[in-house]
Design a protein around this ligand. Structure first.
Ligand code: APR
Length: 390
């Protein structure tokens, strides 16, 4: 086995791992990133696209915002629609904006900065495994190109997503996971067609939710609700557009521009939170610790917030001093924010989706949407949560 030593081993090169790596690189804290997949595979995953202000600040502070400043769009609000009605949620109510910039681009910016800064990333590693994280001498083993490696370190950062190994390595009596699966998913299309509107719309339709979203002025991302167990093989772009148009309010249907699919995917809608987020010298960050349904656009923002918080703790630790407490409070501090984002995502999902065949549920949703449309207080609450709680 080939051995080496570093200060921090980051497992996973998604947004959480790459941002943590970028901060550590800038700070001169020695570390290595281990990623199961190839760089191209990681870059090819199409995911979220709405950034909260704290996320934008984190990317600026990490020195990876140049392209984002140039190419992103500013989102000043969104529409909630039902029947032939709508309410505009104006972010001006909380003096904030959101930023439209795809996760793929965030990932690419972080990868490029890492390469330029000389950060070490090992892609296509197998069997990464954290060891002895309940001691002062943790280490990680992995395989690459048929060779075995061992890296000794001070800390392990579990940034390996929902199916990763770090959370699964924690003894079951030390971790508690709270999960909820909605009995439906989202079918999504990404297409190079101009968006119906530069404002994102969440639409509650009797046959299920749909959403108009965008990645740029020429690239649209549209979704609609499908029942649990739907098979993506049953769908092609033509069938997607037909069903999407059928559910769109007439005011929008006429503006829909269709085109070939760059990507189509099916996403289950689930919430899951694992507590705590620290196990001795191993920390979980991002999807490794929590996932949310995409309805509130929170997943990426939560991953970035965790990575930043973990970096602040590590920076403080390596700076020395007896008051280095941020690592100790990492789990509690992160979970405080996480649960609120999980709640908002769950609430947005319940408000906008077909929950069952019982018409009572929809009447409750309509009553709530009517209330929101008449209450600036309710609109302010939504804007505050959507733009991100600091
Ligand atoms: N060893 C090494 N790497 C692994 C392993 C493993 N055993 N298991 C998973 N990984 C890698 C995955 O291939 C992936 O690249 O960890 C990375 C985790 O990245 P993400 O899943 O993107 O998670 P995170 O960085 O927390 O970002 C969360 O992604 O799922 C979306 O909505 C979510 O936008 C949010 C963001």
């Amino acid at each position: 086995m080939e051995t080496s030593r570093t200060q921090v081993v980051i497992i996973g090169a998604g947004p959480a791992g790459l941002l943590l790596g970028q901060f550590l690189l800038k700070q001169g804290i020695d570390h290595v990133v281990l990623e199961l997949r190839s760089a191209d595979y990681v870059l090819g995953r199409v995911r979220a696209g709405v950034l909260e202000e704290p996320t934008v600040r984190a990317l600026r502070d990490a020195g990876v915002s140049e392209r984002m400043e140039r190419e992103s769009l500013t989102m000043r609000g969104f529409d909630l629609m039902w029947n032939d009605k709508h309410v505009h949620i104006d972010f001006g109510l909380v003096n904030k904006v959101a930023t439209v910039y795809g996760q793929t681009k965030v990932t690419r910016d972080l990868m490029e900065a890492r390469l330029a800064g000389g950060g070490v990333t090992h892609y296509e590693v197998n069997n990464a495994q954290p060891h002895d994280f309940d001691t002062a001498n943790p280490w990680v083993s992995y395989e690459k190109d048929g060779r075995q490696f061992r890296v000794d370190c001070d800390f392990i950062a579990g940034c390996d997503g929902h199916h990763g190994i770090t959370r699964q390595s924690v003894p079951s009596e030390q971790i508690r996971t709270f999960s909820y699966a909605f009995p439906f998913g989202w079918l999504a299309i990404l297409a190079d067609v101009p968006p119906i509107s530069e404002e994102v719309a969440w639409i509650n339709h009797t046959d299920g939710f749909l959403m108009c979203s965008l990645r740029s002025k020429t690239r649209s991302r549209y979704y609609f609700q499908v029942p649990e167990g739907e098979d993506i093989k049953n769908w092609n772009a033509g069938r997607f557009w037909a069903e999407y148009k059928r559910r769109l309010p007439p005011s929008l249907a006429g503006k829909l521009v269709t085109g070939p699919a760059l990507e189509m995917s099916l996403t289950p809608l689930r919430s899951s939170v694992s507590t705590p987020m620290r196990f001795g010298r191993m920390f979980l960050a991002g999807d490794a610790a929590h996932i949310v349904p995409p309805t509130g656009a929170k997943g990426l923002n939560m991953a970035i917030a965790d990575a930043r918080r973990l970096f602040e703790g590590l920076k403080q630790f390596y700076a020395g001093g007896r008051d280095a407490t941020l690592l100790d409070s990492y789990s509690d501090d992160s979970l405080g924010r996480v649960w609120k984002a999980v709640r908002f995502s769950w609430w947005m999902t319940n408000l906008s989706h077909k929950l069952s065949d019982n018409p009572f549920n929809r009447e409750m949703q309509i009553a709530e949407l009517e209330y929101i449309s008449q209450s600036v207080a309710a609109q302010t609450t939504i804007a505050e949560n959507f733009c991100g709680l600091d």
